[in-house]
Design a protein around this ligand. Structure first.
Ligand code: PLP
Length: 443
């Protein structure tokens, strides 16, 4: 073979070490997606799969949107890459301005990253550096929450609260503590929207202040609705209480909106829906409709301004990524925001969310169902685990659903639903109907 000849394509599955996947199990019975349009994936065997998960909570405008495809195509032809260190390109500035116009009032600065994990680590670093810039360098402690998921960087792992994601990777950051989680099925089972009970759990932060002293605490990070641990909406009043305690003690509040940002709950951000404005918001995923990897961290001007007091020739924040504000990501993001706005998708999510909630709550009483939780266009159906084999039942539901033409996401024994916001009423009904059939069919 001449050296220049391309190697023959291979379908050998060995080389790809797959993320968050039991590799041997998957490779023994692979599920391949080969194309996607609007609400559907097409699998390698040709069968269509209704996307009940928006890919991985990211394809909010649906698949294969021409406007985004065209924007990316045009961008890569015109300017494929431009550094944003001491240089710039117009679309990064334009996109940042468009994003801040959408964000809750006061969050008017944007730092670009390439993923949710990077957004979280960026937010934690900004929080630490902010206090230092103000001469309050003793504030180094970071507070997360049990059952929180903040990605897989060492910062996000440390403030996160999912044991399997943490235990193999050493001690993580020093000086991290956790609030208790808010999941309380005994009092809040089968809640529609925000659960009634649990606002007082925010007072855990007062306990940590009493233990460590506020002068050592930089920031608290929570997901407004915990997604990856099974869709846990915040108890009524909880986020307000957390905000008040942070204010009382000069602690920054970070909302991780990697899932809840960009319309998932029927408003641009969970912060807007719940009427609680944090100091920093982390986002990723739907910021570009999942088409090009990107994350965006929103910070208040108060935070940004605190960095702007030193000599003007000195870098204010020693942080950034080669691909922060990548031209293709910005082009995809601008087209994505256009679609969200032109098609009123955030409002649509609120309406379709009601229909999804109607359907999912009606599954109460079907085999294995021990809880249903819904908020915005997100739902969770929690199944009774098989004794001695946690996760098996949900996995069986996942594979059966896929074979039947429905993509679900599972975490533990919870099935999570988060379809693209373009979903129609008939497709919501189809999704719920297919799920009901799956629940009746599995052991
Ligand atoms: N934060 C939250 C709340 C998430 O749900 C996720 C991913 O699901 C992340 C952070 C990490 O994002 P990524 O996988 O893009 O690094």
């Amino acid at each position: 073979m001449p050296a220049s000849a391309a190697p023959a394509p291979t379908n050998n599955l060995d080389a790809f070490w797959m993320p968050f996947t039991p590799n041997r199990q998957y490779k023994a019975a692979p599920r391949m997606l080969v194309s996607a349009k609007d609400m559907h994936y097409r699998a390698a065997d040709g069968h269509e799969v209704l996307d009940g998960a928006a890919g991985l909570w990211c394809v909010n405008a649906g698949h294969g949107r021409e406007k985004i495809v065209e924007a990316v195509r045009a961008q890569v032809a015109e300017l494929d890459f431009a550094p944003n260190f001491n240089m710039g390109h117009p679309k990064a500035f334009e996109f940042a301005s468009r994003l801040t116009a959408l964000a809750p009032k006061g969050l008017d600065r944007v730092f670009f990253t390439n993923s949710g994990s990077e957004s979280v680590d960026t937010a934690l670093k900004i929080a630490l550096a902010y206090h230092r810039a103000r001469g309050d360098a003793g504030r180094t402690r970071l507070i997360g929450r049990e059952r929180g998921y903040h990605g897989v960087g060492f910062g996000g792992l440390s403030v996160g609260g999912m044991v399997a994601n943490r235990k193999a990777f050493g001690l993580g950051l020093n000086g991290v503590d956790h609030l208790r989680h808010t999941h309380d099925p005994a009092r809040n089972g089968f809640s529609r929207g925000l659960p009634e009970h649990g606002a007082e759990l925010a007072d855990d932060l007062e306990r940590l202040v009493a233990l460590h002293d506020a002068s050592t605490i930089a920031a608290v990070i929570v997901e407004p609705v915990a997604g990856s641990t099974g869709v846990l909406p915040p108890p009524k009043g909880y986020l307000e209480r957390l905000r008040a305690i942070c204010d009382r003690h000069g602690i920054l509040l970070i909302f991780d909106e990697v899932i809840t940002g960009f319309g998932r709950l029927g408003a641009a951000f969970a912060s807007e829906l719940f009427g609680v404005t944090p100091d920093i918001i982390t986002t990723a995923k739907a910021v570009t409709n999942g088409v090009v990897p990107m994350g965006a961290v929103f910070a208040s001007s108060k935070i940004y301004d605190a960095f702007m007091s030193g000599p003007e020739h000195v870098i204010e924040l020693f942080h950034g990524y080669t691909y922060s504000g990548h031209p293709m990501a910005c082009a995809a993001g601008l087209a994505t925001l256009d679609i969200y706005q032109e098609e009123g998708l955030f409002e649509r999510a609120a309406v379709m969310g009601e229909r999804l909630a109607d359907g999912l709550h009606a599954l109460k009483g079907l085999p294995h169902v021990i809880d249903v939780r819904t908020v915005g266009l997100v739902g969770a159906v929690e199944l009774e685990p098989i004794e001695g084999a946690p996760t098996r039942r949900a996995y069986a539901a996942f594979t059966k659903a896929f074979d039947d033409g429905l993509l679900l996401r599972t975490t533990g024994d919870t099935i999570a639903l988060s379809p693209p916001l373009i979903i129609s009423e008939a497709q919501v009904d189809e999704l719920v109907g297919k799920l009901a059939d799956v629940l009746k069919a599995i052991d």
